[in-house]
Structures are given as C-alpha cells and as structure tokens.
Write a protein that binds this ligand. Structure first.
Ligand code: 5GP
Length: 200
C-alpha cells in the first residue's frame, strides 16, 4: 500500500475554501479524506456535527489539548479550532490523501512538525481582490458586523503568510481553481510514490 499525502489547504476567511474543497471531493480518483476539525464555535445554519466539525465546549477542547489529542490548534476570533490526531496518520497509511482545511497559525505548526516529510503538500487560496473577499464575507449574512470586521482584519493578516506555502492558487473561478489543484495533487502524488519506491 502506498502512503497518501498530507494536504494543508489555507486561505483567508471568505475566500471560498469550502466550495473549492467540495468540488475537489467530487473527484473520487483523487482519493481524498477530509480531516474533520474540532471547534468551540457554534454551528452555522446547515452545519452538521461530526461532519462539518466536531462541535465541542471550551472545556472539552481544553481536555483534548491536555490529553495531547490534537495535531495542531489555533484560536480564531475567540474560538478554538484544532485537528484531531487520531486518524490523520492512520488514513495516510491506508493510502488516503488527507485534506486539512485550516487557518495559517495551525498550518504553520503542521508544516513545522512535518518539515522533513516529502508527502506534505501545502496550498494557499487567494481571492481576486480584497474587495471581492469583503463582498463574499458580507454575502454570507450569518454574522454580525463586529465579527465581519474581525474576519476582514484577520483575512488581511492571513494574506501576508501565503509565502509559507508551496503553491498559491487564485480563486477566480471555482472550477478552474479546483482543476489546477487536482493537477498539482496528481503530480505531487506521482513524485511522492516514486520517491517511496526509490527508498525501498
Ligand atoms: P470557520 O469559522 O469559518 O469555519 O473557520 C475559521 C477558520 O478556521 C478557517 O480559516 C478554517 O479553515 C479554520 N479552521 C478550521 N478547522 C481548523 C483546525 O482544525 N485548525 C485550524 N488551525 N484552523 C481551522
């Protein structure tokens, strides 16, 4: 069994990471497995527990931290977010390409931790413009003005960290961006498996 990739996917709040991810997951040949995060944020309308996130209390999150159950974690506008360790490596060993959709602080922890792992692929999704990003965040209409402002400020700071990633993808169009990402995953996988073969 060939080991799968660890794909770290970031981008500012509102850039459309979720939409691009859903498009990517339609392509079964990519063999992706979504890493479901744990968060203390309340569910948005339509979000499902254990599917979109493990929605937990602050106490439950802190307990998971204490037990060292998280691969990385970060605070984002007053809430905790983190990646449960339990199945990231297990799924990779099973040949799945594990997909982490996480913000920049947590991504940095993962990229540092896995810095010598040739199976890590990092990508950062950017909007066509900051104006476009603001329109999208406002278009969601699920949050109050103060939270929208915080998300916008955070988005600007997050954009500065795109240099930490191997690939920067422009989300000018969901289908085009997803196609580009699919091609990058396929090429990376060929290179990674070849490298594993050579090591044997
Ligand atoms: P949202 O509240 O919009 O669902 O997520 C806010 C930000 O947290 C997004 O950038 C999202 O990608 C990120 N995020 C989601 N899960 C995790 C996680 O497990 N760890 C980290 N560090 N960030 C996460």
């Amino acid at each position: 069994m060939k080991k799968g990739l660890l794909i770290v996917f970031s981008g500012p709040s509102g850039v459309g990471k979720g939409t691009v991810r859903k498009q990517l997951f339609k392509n079964e040949s990519l063999n992706l497995a979504y890493s479901i995060s744990m968060t203390t944020r309340l569910p948005r309308k339509g979000e499902v527990d254990k599917q979109d996130y493990f929605f937990v209390t602050k106490e439950e999150f802190e307990e998971a931290l204490k037990k060292d159950e998280l691969l990385e974690h970060a605070q984002f506008i007053g809430n905790y977010y983190g990646t449960p360790k339990f199945y990231v490596e297990k799924l990779r060993e099973e040949g799945k390409n594990v997909f982490l959709e996480i913000e920049v602080e947590g991504a940095k922890q993962v990229l540092d931790y896995y810095k010598d792992d040739p199976g890590v692929l990092s990508m950062f999704l950017v909007p066509p413009s900051l104006r476009d990003l603001e329109n999208r965040i406002r278009g969601r209409r699920s949050e109050e003005e103060s939270v929208i402002r915080q998300r916008l400020n955070k988005a600007k700071r997050e954009m500065d960290l795109k240099k930490n990633y191997q690939f920067i993808i422009l989300n000018d169009n969901v289908n085009r961006a997803s196609e580009e990402i699919s091609r990058i995953i396929e090429l990376k996988l060929v290179a990674y498996h070849k490298e594993q073969e050579l090591k044997k």
